[in-house]
Design a protein around this ligand. Structure first.
Ligand code: NAP
Length: 319
């Protein structure tokens, strides 16, 4: 009997995980580190499972091209806004993702961005590079986490990991918002508030929500206006939860103090984008889960999702 066929959409998927799949299946790896959607669609027909490495879109066109043989879609990511999950499931295809194993790595990046933005690290480096260092006692003063109110928008796996890690920074109060009060919030001593309350009270706002119809453009002129003047805004969720032009305006007009962004809209930002020139914005190119350990763990879980799916067992992390 011929082996089931698995497609991996990038040659930057980890070898250990490829080997796991090769023990059981006939595996094809697209020989490109970051293939275009067209390259993926071209390689797609006649596979039983596909491992999505790099957020390629899985929509009706993708599923039509994949054909009726496709049984499992396994994305190597926690977020799944690039997948049309209802359409995938309607066709009886199993779909899995890799949450939780990346939460600590993303939380570390959130804290790195928070401290960077609050302590004006980008601005300091710009001044150094321009030869404009000033030894004035009140030069480049920033804000501390000590004694502050930290607001978490989206107290899920990543949001909780952020709060746990910020506990040793002498934060005065943690508040969070979401659809409902959570036991995890109570356990962490975080207070459930409305979005408006969070925006009005927080010195630091850390966003870790998925991109949904509800969160798309949630951070816009109106929400930035509600924030404190000293607010530090950090986004590790998805770029499209923010209206970029409104954020640029808020940073330029000093409506808020600073921003730290792992995710942006567009992504990546073009090198000449205004956001990259602003002294009070720290921007990195979606590095949240980019550690060797986390990317390895994500790769293995995605492979295990495929193995379980093709062997008729429940996926480790089904959607
Ligand atoms: P999660 O465990 O599912 O948590 C998501 C949280 O968001 C839930 O607590 C949910 O609360 C909350 N939420 C949903 N809609 C909301 C809204 N409108 N307002 C406020 N809260 C809302 O997911 P996670 O693993 O923490 O990941 C969160 C997101 O981070 C992912 O979806 C992904 O887009 C992004 N991410 C980014 C990176 C990166 O590299 N930067 C890496 C991984 C993930 P309710 O239950 O109350 O709705």
């Amino acid at each position: 009997m011929s082996k089931l066929r698995v497609l991996i959409t990038s040659n930057k998927y980890f070898d250990t995980a490829i080997k796991l799949l090769q023990e059981k299946f006939d595996v094809t790896v697209i020989q490109s580190s970051y293939p275009s959607q067209e390259e993926v669609l071209q390689a797609l027909p006649d596979h039983d499972a596909v491992v999505i490495v790099g957020h390629q879109t899985v929509n009706t066109e993708f599923l039509n091209i994949a054909g009726s043989k496709l049984k499992v879609v396994s994305t190597v990511s926690a977020g799944y806004d690039h997948l049309d999950v209802p359409e995938i499931k309607k066709r009886g295809i199993k779909v899995g993702h890799t949450p939780e194993v990346l939460s600590i790595a993303v939380a570390e990046i959130a804290i790195l961005l928070t401290l960077n933005a609050a302590r004006r690290i980008h601005e300091g480096q710009q001044k150094l590079e321009e030869g404009k260092v000033n030894t004035n006692f009140q030069w480049l003063l920033g804000y501390e986490l000590r004694g502050s109110t930290v607001g978490i928008v989206g107290l899920g796996s990543i949001g909780q990991a952020v709060v746990k890690r910020l506990k040793c920074f002498d934060v005065e109060r943690f508040v969070y918002t979401g659809h409902s009060r959570k036991k995890a919030g109570d356990d962490l001593g975080a207070i459930f508030v409305s979005l408006d309350e969070l925006l009005e009270q927080s010195d630091f706002i850390i966003v870790a929500v998925p991109l949904t119809n509800e969160t798309r453009g949630l951070f816009n002129e109106s929400t930035f206006q509600k924030m404190k003047k000293n607010a530090v805004f950090v986004n590790v969720g998805r770029g499209q939860t923010v209206i970029t032009d409104d954020l640029v305006k808020a940073l330029k007009n000093k409506t808020i103090f600073a921003a730290g962004l792992d995710v942006t809209d567009p992504e990546p930002l073009p090198p000449d984008h205004e956001l990259l020139q602003l002294p009070n914005a720290v921007v990195i190119p979606h590095l949240g889960s980019a550690t060797i350990k986390t990317r390895m763990d994500m790769s293995i879980i995605a492979a295990q999702n495929v193995i379980n799916g093709l062997e008729g067992k429940p996926l480790i992390y089904p959607l």
